[in-house]
Write a protein that binds this ligand. Sequence first.
Ligand SMILES: Cc1cc2nc3c(=O)[nH]c(=O)nc-3n(C[C@H](O)[C@H](O)[C@H](O)COP(=O)(O)OP(=O)(O)OC[C@H]3O[C@@H](n4cnc5c(N)ncnc54)[C@H](O)[C@@H]3O)c2cc1C
Length: 487
Amino acid sequence: MEDVGLVDSPSRFLTDKLGSDEISKYVSFEELNEYERWWVESGESMSETIDRAKTPWLKMFDERGRRVDEVQYPSEYRNLLYEGYKRGIIDKVFEINSVKPFYFLLYITTYFDAGLGCPYTVTLSTAIPIYKYADEKLKVELLPLLRRRGYDVWQGATWMTEIKGGSDLGYAVETVARERDGKWYLTGDKYFSSNVGAEVAVVAARPEGAPRDVRGLSLFLVKKWRNNGELNYFVRRLKNKIGTRSVPTGEVELRDSEAYLLGKREWGIYEILDVLNSSRVSNIFGSVAVVQRAISLAKKFAQSRFAFGRKIIEHPLMKRQFENRLKELRKCFNIARDALYLYDEVWKEIPPFSDKFNLFRIVSHISKWHTAEVAIQTSKWAMEVWGGLGILEEFPVERLFRESIILSIWEGTPHRQMLDGLETMVKKRAHDLLFDYMEEKYKGDEFRAKRLRELKDFTERFLDLPEEKKEENVDELFLKLASLWGE
Ligand SMILES: Cc1cc2nc3c(=O)[nH]c(=O)nc-3n(C[C@H](O)[C@H](O)[C@H](O)COP(=O)(O)OP(=O)(O)OC[C@H]3O[C@@H](n4cnc5c(N)ncnc54)[C@H](O)[C@@H]3O)c2cc1C
């Protein structure tokens, strides 16, 4: 079984799939390997402690009764969290001028702890809009803080979702932005706020009087502390979650919070979607890492468990399933690589976006949806391979399954990925770009070229359907797109 020897090591898998020459342009194999070793020797046990400790504790008041809203974790958390920043997971992006090193390091992180990918991701998803949309003064002040490689690094966060829902932000966002004396102030409640406690966050809000739809949204920056040193946002409570406990998710209250408008007021929805782009690529890489980890854990068990006179991995059905899972891992990795390489070409763009950006968008929707589904299915399968032991909290597949569930929900649910993807096809004909891209890839491969022609015909017929019919059956189209691409 090709790749079976590689699944136990994320750094070796990455290097094998991308080539050491390619990887070393962004991060050396030694750095990746050393980070992996740190995880095996120290990180994994810290991560286990954090997960078992369940929801962290929120200390809301100090001894004088003042609001402090501090998230309290077991002491290991600090070491676990800051390891990635110390290794330059954010800094390298701006040092090398490429997002690739971030995602390579993130792959190692999420292989061991899918939840820990979140603080790094939302910090990058804050740094990028600051880099692209903030005025020069704010940029010069904040970017160096977010790029720090020590315990004094500033973390970011991305808060859009409110109690009325995360999919239809145009309808659900009720946070109001008011302008006074040339400064902005936000008032409202954010219902799902990951990496709560972050020093700075990008926040969706509606300027007073703006339309009550997506066009009325703008993107703002909110710091943790006001200019006078008081708290600028409050944490109402923390969420009890099934997994991803190595990132605190809370509810945030904005009360006349000092804010800074990012980019142009009317660009809000484009900027919000842009924030989601970097997070989606993280979700894609995180999902592939979960697939790899699940296969590794399943292999470890199947190689030592006996039934009917042989190791269970040697039984024909199990063997074939391993082969299929490895094939799926390779395919998901190819999809993730394509998404990342495209993103690396467009991440600095601002509206109006190019054709290449639209190609990236359709690619990111298909890959986010597909890789998350595969991650959840594969971690469930790994549990089955472990049989009854897989359900027990004392073994690692139970946790992996809990961690994987969120992958299909945050950064947009499967419905949203498909419907937003469909929109880029209908409005921007993004599929033409995707098919050109695939055609180039499959040059000389008559079998795939024929399948591509069939897919093109199917897509054109599909897009001729009435609106409601297209929406109703969009999952059929997405399945076909994902099944050819990545092979
Ligand atoms: C652990 C965790 C951390 C999170 N962290 C953050 C964060 O830091 N920042 C942030 O902004 N958000 C965060 N979220 C919120 C997350 O992004 C939302 O949960 C997600 O976008 C879905 O929104 P919702 O839960 O309100 O579901 P809803 O939007 O209410 O959707 C409910 C269901 O309806 C479906 N649906 C919606 N529209 C359609 C349609 N047109 N056709 C068919 N089906 C449709 C959805 O796909 C979903 O299945 C977090 C969520 C979780 C669970």
